[in-house]
Design a binder for this molecule. Structure first.
Ligand code: NAD
Ligand code: ZN
Length: 361
C-alpha cells in the first residue's frame, strides 16, 4: 500500500494508483482478511455515470455486488437517505459478513460509512474517494450525516477496511472541486509539513495538467499528515483540532453565505489567509503570507472576504462555534510555519483585523 493507517482497533491500507478502479476487486480481496458474504456498492450518481461499468467489470461474474446510487449534493447526507439505505441493505439482505463500498466524494463516504457503522452495529466498508476533498474525509474514521439543526451533527467513528484511491478518476472533477479539495492539501502543509508546502508551490501550478506521479505523491503526503494527526490525537487529546486551521472563519463564511455559494475549500482558503494574518498579529511574527497569497490567487482562489458581509455577523457566527468562550474566539494559529496552536483570541483583535481587511463593521 501507499500508506498504512493505524486506527483504534486495527490498521488499514491506503492504495493510491491511477487506473486502480479496473482492478478494484483484487485490491478489495487483498485488503479484507475475513471472508465476505456479499458486496454492496453505494455510489454517487455522477460517478456512476462515469465509472460504475469499470468497477463492475473488475468483479467476477459470480460475485456481482448490489448497487445503489446516491444523488449528488450535500442534501443526500440526510436522515431520510440514511434510513432508505438501511432499508435497501435489509432488503438485499446484507449480513454481518457483507461489505459496503462507498464510491464518491465526501458526501457519499460520510453517508455510506455511517450506514456501515450502523447496520447490525457495524459492518466493514471500503472507501473509494473520487474527489480531491475526499482524500481528507476518507481517512480518520469520521462518518455521519446532517440534521436540519446543523451539519455533521449525527454520526459515528467507523474506520474503513481500506481506502482505494484511483487518482485518474480526479481528471473528470470540475475545477471548483479541485480548488475545494486543494485547500485541505495546503492546510496539511501549513500545520505539519512545511517542506510539502514548498514542494506544492513548485510542482502544482494548475489543476488541469498535474502529472500522475506528482498527483499521487501529493495525495500520499497530504493523507500522511492527516493520518499522523489523527493517530497522535488518540494518545494526546486535542491535536486533531489543528485540522481546523482556517475553519473558524471558513465555517462562518459558509453558513453566512449559505452552503453552496462557496465550496468548503474555497471558504477554508479565505479562512487560512485570515488565520495567517491573525497569527502574525498575535505572535508579533512574520509568516510568508504574501508568497502564499500569490500562489493561491494563481490557482484561482479568491482570498478576500466576499462583499456584503458584516464583521458583526461573522463574529456572531464564530462565537456560535462550539469552541468559543466568553468574548474570546478559539482559533488555530501558527506560532510559526508548521507549528499550530489552539488559542482563544479576544473578540476585539479579530474585529480589528476584519475591519482592516476591508470588511464593514
Ligand atoms: P461531494 O461528495 O458532494 O462531491 C462534489 C461533487 O463532485 C458532486 O457533485 C459529485 O457528484 C462530483 N464528483 C465526485 N467525484 C467526481 C469525479 N471523479 N468526476 C466528476 N465529478 C465527481 O463533495 P466533497 O467535497 O467530496 O465532500 C464534501 C463532504 O465531505 C461534506 O459533506 C463534508 O462535511 C464532508 N467532509 C467529511 C470529513 C470527514 O472527516 N468525514 C472531512 C471533510 C469533509
Ligand atoms: Zn475542511
Amino acid at each position: 500500500p501507499s500508506l498504512t493507517i493505524a486506527s483504534e482497533k486495527n490498521s488499514y491500507p491506503v492504495f493510491i494508483q491511477g487506473g486502480l478502479r479496473h482492478e478494484c476487486f483484487s485490491y478489495i480481496r487483498e485488503a479484507l482478511q475475513k471472508s465476505v458474504s456479499s458486496y454492496m456498492i453505494m455510489i454517487d450518481e455522477n460517478v456512476a455515470d462515469l465509472y460504475l461499468a469499470d468497477l463492475l467489470a473488475s468483479f467476477p461474474e459470480n460475485i456481482q455486488p448490489t448497487v445503489t446510487k446516491i444523488a449528488s449534493g450535500e442534501g443526500s447526507k440526510s436522515i431520510e437517505k440514511f434510513s432508505q439505505l438501511l432499508t435497501e441493505a435489509l432488503e438485499v439482505p446484507l449480513d454481518r459478513q457483507s461489505v459496503i463500498i462507498a464510491v464518491g466524494g465526501g458526501v457519499t463516504g460520510d453517508l455510506a460509512g455511517y450506514v456501515a457503522a450502523s447496520y447490525m452495529r457495524g459492518i466493514r466498508f471500503i472507501q473509494m474517494p473520487t474527489t480531491l476533498l475526499a482524500h481528507d474525509s476518507s481517512v480518520g474514521g469520521k462518518t455521519g450525516i446532517n440534521h436540519p439543526l446543523g451539519k455533521n451533527l449525527i454520526g459515528a467513528f467507523h474506520a474503513p477496511s481500506a481506502v482505494l484511491y484511483d487518482s485518474d478518476m480526479l481528471r473528470t472533477l470540475p475545477e471548483t472541486e479541485w480548488r475545494s479539495g486543494f485547500a485541505e492539501v495546503v492546510k496539511h502543509g501549513f500545520i505539519k509539513d512545511t517542506a510539502f508546502l514548498e514542494w506544492l508551490e513548485k510542482k502544482v501550478m494548475s489543476f488541469s495538467d498535474i502529472p500522475s506521479d506528482i498527483l499521487n505523491e501529493m495525495l500520499r503526503r497530504s493523507i500522511a499528515v492527516k493520518a499522523e494527526i489523527v493517530q497522535e490525537d488518540e494518545k494526546e487529546n486535542g491535536v486533531r483540532a489543528f485540522l481546523n486551521y482556517g475553519h473558524t472563519l471558513g465555517h462562518a463564511l459558509e453558513s453566512e453565505l449559505g452552503y453552496g455559494k462557496l465550496t468548503h475549500g474555497e471558504a477554508v482558503a479565505i479562512g487560512m489567509a485570515f488565520a495567517h494574518k491573525l497569527s502574525e498579529r498575535v505572535f508579533h511574527t512574520t509568516l510568508p503570507t504574501k508568497t502564499h497569497e500569490i500562489y493561491m490567487t494563481k490557482l484561482g482562489y479568491q482570498l478576500s472576504i466576499p462583499e456584503g458581509i458584516s464583521a458583526a455577523s461573522l463574529l456572531q457566527r464564530m462565537k456560535l462555534d462550539k469552541k468559543a468562550e466568553h468574548n474570546r474566539i478559539r482559533f488555530v494559529l501558527l506560532e510559526e510555519m508548521g507549528k499550530p496552536v489552539l488559542l482563544p483570541v479576544e473578540e476585539q483583535v479579530v474585529l480589528d483585523l476584519l475591519v482592516s481587511e476591508g470588511v464593514n463593521a
